[in-house]
Design a protein around this ligand. Structure first.
Ligand SMILES: [Zn+2]
Ligand SMILES: [Zn+2]
Length: 174
C-alpha cells in the first residue's frame, strides 16, 4: 500500500455523521454570525489565499478539517481553514464526482470533472492514475468508517469557547 501523503487530500466524512458539523451547529442554533466571525478571522490571518494550494481568491470556502480516532471512534475538529473552490471540491469528492446532485451543480457552475482531477494532479504533482488509486483507497476507508457511530469533539472550536479563546489557543499551537 502506498503511504504517500498528498498535500491536497480527500477527506470523506463517514456517512453516519454527515451534516453534523460546526457550520450546521451554528446554522441550527441561529448563530450564523459566529460562523461569519470565524471566516472574518480566517481572512485576517490567512488573507485571501487558499490554505492548501495558496491560490489567491476573492471567494474562499471555510472547510472543517477532522481527525479520526479509529479505535475510540471519535471525530475531532482539528482546524478550520479557507480553501479555493477546486481544493474544496476534492475534499468532498463523493458529492462532486459521484452524485447526481454534484453533476447538476457542476453543470450550473460550468466546471468539468476533469478540471477537479486536473487540479488534484497539479497541486500534488502526480498522474491521473495516482489520483484514481488514491481515491479508491479513500472510499475503502470511508466505507469502513461509515460502519460506526462517531462521537464528535469540536475541540477549541466548541461554541463554549469564544473567538478570543480560539485566537489565544491557536497562538499556543502555532
Ligand atoms: Zn486551493
Ligand atoms: Zn468542507
Amino acid at each position: 500500500m502506498i503511504t504517500k501523503q498528498f498535500k491536497l487530500s480527500i477527506e470523506l466524512v463517514p456517512s453516519t455523521i454527515w451534516y453534523v458539523n460546526l457550520y450546521n451547529h451554528y446554522k441550527n442554533n441561529n448563530q450564523m454570525e459566529k460562523w461569519h466571525q470565524l471566516k472574518q478571522y480566517l481572512f485576517e490571518i490567512e488573507r485571501k489565499h487558499c490554505w492548501v494550494c495558496k491560490k489567491e481568491e476573492r471567494n474562499l470556502e471555510a472547510h472543517e478539517f477532522w481527525e479520526y480516532d479509529d479505535y475510540k471512534h471519535i471525530q475531532k475538529l482539528a482546524a478550520v481553514h479557507h480553501l479555493c473552490d477546486l481544493c474544496h471540491k476534492i475534499k468532498h469528492i463523493g458529492l462532486w464526482l459521484h452524485s447526481i446532485d454534484g453533476d447538476k451543480m457542476l453543470h450550473q457552475q460550468r466546471i468539468k470533472k476533469e478540471d477537479i482531477i486536473d487540479h488534484f494532479c497539479k497541486v500534488n504533482i502526480c498522474s491521473v492514475a495516482d489520483f484514481k488509486k488514491y481515491e479508491e483507497r479513500a472510499f475503502v476507508q470511508w466505507e469502513q468508517r461509515s460502519k460506526f457511530q462517531w462521537k464528535q469533539d469540536l475541540g477549541i472550536y466548541h461554541p463554549k469557547f469564544g473567538l478570543k479563546e480560539l485566537k489565544s489557543q491557536q497562538r499556543l499551537v502555532n
